[in-house]
Every structure is written in C-alpha cells, then in structure tokens.
Ligand binder design. Structure first.
Ligand SMILES: CC(C)(COP(=O)(O)OP(=O)(O)OC[C@H]1O[C@@H](n2cnc3c(N)ncnc32)[C@H](O)[C@@H]1OP(=O)(O)O)[C@@H](O)C(=O)NCCC(=O)NCCS
Length: 422
C-alpha cells in the first residue's frame, strides 16, 4: 500500500484561532488541500475513511460529510471509524486493507477533531422532562412536565476525557502509570522540553509547516493560520518545573506542561495500490509494511497498548527495533511515553505480548525528531494522520528505509505501524 501524500491543518489549542470551525469543516479543508497538492482528479477517489472521537450528534458520519464537497463526486463511498486517539490510524489501516483486498485502489483516510465544539448534552432529568413536554397533548400537560425539572437537572453534561468503565481520566491514568513505573517529574519535563524544542526547529526550518494546509479565519478571512500554535519555542526547564500537577495536586507529576493540550485540527492521507500510484505517475512517499492493534485492561495501565502492539507489528514486518531509522510515538503525556519506552525494554511486557525477548532500548536520537503531541497538539481523531505523514516525509528527507509509529488510545488500546521506503 502506497502512502502517496499527507497533509493536515494547523493544530491549534482548543478555544483559540480555529474554534469557529467544526470538525467537518476542518476535514474538508484538509482533504481539498490534499487533492490540490497531489493534483488528483476527484473522480479517481473511491472512498473516504475518516476518524473522529467526539462525534457530532447532528452529523455522526463525518467521513460522508467531508466527502460531500465539490472536489469529490457524490458517488464516493465514505464511512467513519472511531478508535479513540488512534481513530485516524484505524482509518488509514482500513483504507490499506480495502486496497490489499483489491476492493479499492485510491482511498483518502484521516480524521478530524474540534475540541472547541464538543456537544454539550442535557442531563437525564432534563431530557426526560423535555421529551415528556413534547409528547404532552395540552399546554397544562406540557407545563406540568417542565415543572418536574429540578435545579440539578439544569447542569449540562460534557464529554469527559475519562474511561467509561473505570471513570479514570486520561490524566489520572498517566499519573498512575508514572507512579507504577517510577517515572520522575524531571524526566517528564525534560521530555516535554525536548518536544517543544524539536517542534520549534521543525516549524522554523519549514519541515512541519510544509505538511500544513493554511487556514483562512472567518469572519474577515484576512488572516491565515499556517502553523501550530501550541509550540512554545521559549519554554524552559525552569518554567516547566514550576507548573503545578493537575491530576494529583499533592503527590502528582503530570502538569499542563508535560501533557498534550486539548486541540483542534484535521489530517488526511492519500493511499493507493502500488500499481495505481505507478500508473498515475505518483512517486509514493512510503509503503505500509505492517501494522498491529492490541488491548489491555483499562483499569490497569491504560496507555501501555503500544508496548503490546509494537512487537507484533515488527514481527509482521520481519524486522526489529534496530532496523527502524525513525520512530514516531504519540505523546499523550510525557509520563506515557517514558512508560512505553520502559515497557519496550521490559521482559515482563515482552512476555505479555507473546515474545521471549524485549524489543530493547529506543535510540532517542531517532524518536520524535520533530517533537510530538505535547508540543504540536493532539486533536484526537487527527493525530494518527499527522504522525504517518511526518514519519514518511522525514524518512524520505533522511534517506531512511524503515519507520515505526505507535499510538496509545483510550480503552487500553494501542496501535503500531511499520512503514518502508523503497
Ligand atoms: C493538562 C490540562 C488539564 C491543562 O489544561 P489547561 O490548564 O487549560 O492548560 P493551559 O494551557 O492553560 O496551561 C496551564 C498553565 O501552564 C502554563 N504552561 C503550559 N505549558 C507550558 C510550558 N510548556 N511552559 C511553560 N508554561 C506552560 C500555561 O501558560 C498556563 O499558565 P497560566 O495559567 O499562567 O496561563 C489539559 O491540557 C488536558 O486535559 N490535557 C490532557 C488531554 C488528554 O487527556 N488527552 C488525551 C490524551 S490521549
């Protein structure tokens, strides 16, 4: 499966410059830029597979809404996938599977998230009263249904970044993992600092911005956002050390500085069968060699999924960690990255994944070489597309052959993919 090209919107902190765009609009901007950049004839696109996490109640199949735009024919198949933070990875592997099966030759995959526009729901009591009022046959009936509303029913329900089964938030999970694996605060802050520094360099020298579709901002459309706005080129270890822990205020180590921020953004990747890419005259950026998903009990160490998925993806590729020229690991939290890296070195985790030997130590000079989600941001449904694109582009720039990417996700899920350049 050929990765022909990838593009994304700027990733911007929720509630800032892109707050007026819905996830659908961000997805459309991204996909139309992808079409423009690749000069692809829309009639050749057979499907759009798109991921999101916080679905719109009004338009739950975001893929179809994204596909229904002028550059694509109305006959393009489109469906939405959801796998928490690995949703766009799921979209990409679904597209790859469709191509491998011979069902499709040209598919656009990716994802979008607008955490500025999460649906706010009524409480159960409020919903019951509103439904009863709408069904009442008289004004009196309507009023008596509404009269049942209690002050506590007025409190709205917002989607939580927490496990449905355990109630534990992502941040609490990261905190727990940091404690179990004895990850010091200093190490987390150093990793966050590195993420910001490298992302700042990648932005200044244009490697990151080259992957970004400029977005003109309403209402005047006189300003274009061309880069991520969460990257702090001026942050320092001293500033990071001073931040207070958020999820365990007394004994915790996870802060706003060493966690990924809530973010808006979209990504899109163009995938083709090798043969179709060749016929159309494209030189693929890279090829998908293998991938794997894994899961563990979310009540345990929620974000360790990549430790179980990576060895399987590598075995499927017939390769080892040492063969990887670059590694992109999604940074939900610095604590999670450090736990995952320790997990790669652990015999116990290797055995849990079904292997005798651990993967080994990751060469840090090959890891997240343009920073990661802590600095760049993390629009849940879009991050996977960003990582695949960045890994493929950077492998090409460095003349490398193999790259590994991993993404942890809610529910105790993990994803890993190996990509290859010719
Ligand atoms: C951690 C979290 C709660 C912080 O939210 P927040 O308080 O709105 O974060 P802010 O950006 O306002 O940062 C808080 C403060 O830290 C400061 N700060 C953050 N990062 C910093 C850095 N790298 N250097 C210096 N200061 C920093 C901010 O400037 C801000 O300071 P202020 O209060 O003086 O303005 C939020 O980002 C979060 O929930 N992240 C996790 C998301 C998640 O769970 N994702 C799922 C992962 S898969």
């Amino acid at each position: 499966m050929a990765i022909v090209a990838g593009v994304r919107t700027p990733f911007t902190r929720a509630g800032t410059v892109l707050r007026s765009f819905s996830a659908i609009e961000l997805g459309r901007l991204c996909v139309s830029e992808l079409m423009e950049r690749t000069e692809l004839d829309g009639s050749l696109v057979e499907a759009v597979v798109y991921g999101t996490v916080v679905h719109s109640v009004l338009a739950p199949n975001i893929a179809r809404e994204v596909a229904l735009m002028p550059v694509l024919p109305k006959s393009v198949d489109a469906y939405t996938v959801s796998r928490a933070c690995a949703s766009s990875n799921q979209a990409i592997t679904d597209a790859a599977d469709q191509i491998a099966l011979g069902h499709r030759d040209v598919v656009i995959a990716g994802g979008a998230e607008s955490l500025s526009n999460v649906p706010i729901l009524h409480s159960r009591g409020m919903s019951d009263a509103l439904v009863a009022a709408s069904r009442a046959k008289s004004l009196g009936g309507r009023l008596s249904a509404l009269a049942r509303i209690r002050p506590r029913d007025l409190v709205p329900v917002t989607p939580a970044i927490a496990e449905f089964t355990t109630g534990e938030s992502m941040g609490q999970s990261a905190e727990k993992m940091a404690k179990i694996n004895a990850i010091p605060r200093e190490e987390q802050d150093q990793l966050a600092l590195r993420s910001h520094r490298l992302a700042a360099v990648g932005t200044q020298d244009g490697r990151l911005t080259a992957e970004i579709a400029p977005v003109w901002v309403p209402p005047r459309y006189d300003v274009a956002v061309t880069s991520d706005n969460g990257i702090r080129s001026d942050t320092s270890i001293e500033a990071l050390r001073q931040l207070k822990p958020v999820f365990d205020r007394r004994y915790g180590t996870v802060t706003a500085g060493n966690a990924s921020p809530l973010t808006d953004g979209a990504s899109a990747v163009l995938l083709m069968s090798e043969e179709r890419a060749r016929t159309l005259g494209y030189t693929p950026l890279a090829y998908i060699k293998s991938y794997a998903y894994a899961a563990l009990d979310p009540g345990e160490q929620l974000l360790m999924g990549p430790v179980l998925a990576a060895p399987v993806a590598l075995r499927r590729a017939g390769l080892g960690l040492a063969d990887m020229d670059l590694i992109e690991m999604h940074e939900a939290f610095a604590a999670q990255v450090l736990c995952n890296l320790r997990g790669f070195e652990s015999r116990e985790w290797a055995e849990r994944a079904g292997f005798r030997e651990p993967l080994g130590e990751v060469d840090r000079s090959r890891l997240n070489v343009m920073g990661g989600s802590i600095a760049i941001g993390h629009p849940f449904g879009a991050t996977g597309g960003r990582i695949v694109t960045t890994l493929a582009n950077e492998l090409a720039r460095r003349g490398g052959q193999f790259g590994l990417l991993t993404v942890c996700a809610a529910g105790g899920l993990g994803h890993a993919m190996v990509i290859e350049r010719e």
